[in-house]
Design a protein around this ligand. Structure first.
Ligand SMILES: Cc1cc2nc3c(=O)[nH]c(=O)nc-3n(C[C@H](O)[C@H](O)[C@H](O)COP(=O)(O)O)c2cc1C
Length: 168
């Protein structure tokens, strides 16, 4: 069975939940999935593929996702890797391809990631901290789209399959 790690950097839980949605979609396709905060992964042994998901704040990917890629760059170069950004507080990501930020583009190049996808984000109405609380007055909502996740997960499975990583 193909063993997929989904390592995430999340400040307010939205990207953690998105990672679980991705994990559930991949598990339904027959992958063995581990979903974990990126800072809790110390070893990639035993994984056949990796998805790194990071929340975007002011165009910067969550620090835990960035550090994960830097810390494991040698191992990640040898594995099929996809990167995920989360995400716009509207439905734009479900309708068009949103390019990775420059910072994420650099990390994609560092490990030779197979692909990148931007998914809609989530901001709760009672978000604390500035400027999140101010933004929440007008931008609160959950734009994580299950259909978008399923479409994208199917493309990952197809690429793993084409690469011979699937089914193991
Ligand atoms: C202060 C602030 C800045 C944000 N900046 C961006 C941004 O630059 N690009 C983007 O797509 N989304 C941006 N967002 C939306 C977040 O990425 C979205 O809420 C995401 O789901 C947060 O993930 P988390 O709950 O895992 O922390 C921002 C949200 C806040 C509160």
């Amino acid at each position: 069975m193909t063993r997929v790690l989904i390592a995430f950097g999340s400040k307010r839980g939205g990207t953690a939940g998105l990672s679980t949605m991705i994990g559930d979609a991949l598990a339904r396709s027959g992958c063995e999935v581990t979903v974990s905060p990126a800072d809790q992964i110390h070893d990639l042994a035993g994984f056949d593929a990796v998805v790194v998901a990071g929340a975007l704040y002011a165009n910067r990917w969550h620090r835990d996702a960035r550090r994960f890629v830097r810390r494991h760059d040698v191992e990640l170069r040898r594995l099929p890797v996809w990167m995920v950004s989360s995400g716009p507080l509207d439905d734009s990501a479900a309708h068009r391809d949103i390019e990775p930020t420059r910072q994420v583009q650099k990390l994609i190049a560092v490990v030779g990631a197979r692909g990148h996808e931007t998914f809609g984000g989530r901001l709760l109405p009672d978000a604390t901290g500035f400027p999140a609380s101010a933004m929440a007055k007008t931008k609160a909502g959950d734009w994580r789209d299950a259909a978008h996740v399923h479409r994208w997960a199917a493309t990952v499975v197809a690429q793993l399959s084409a690469a011979g990583t699937w089914p193991a």
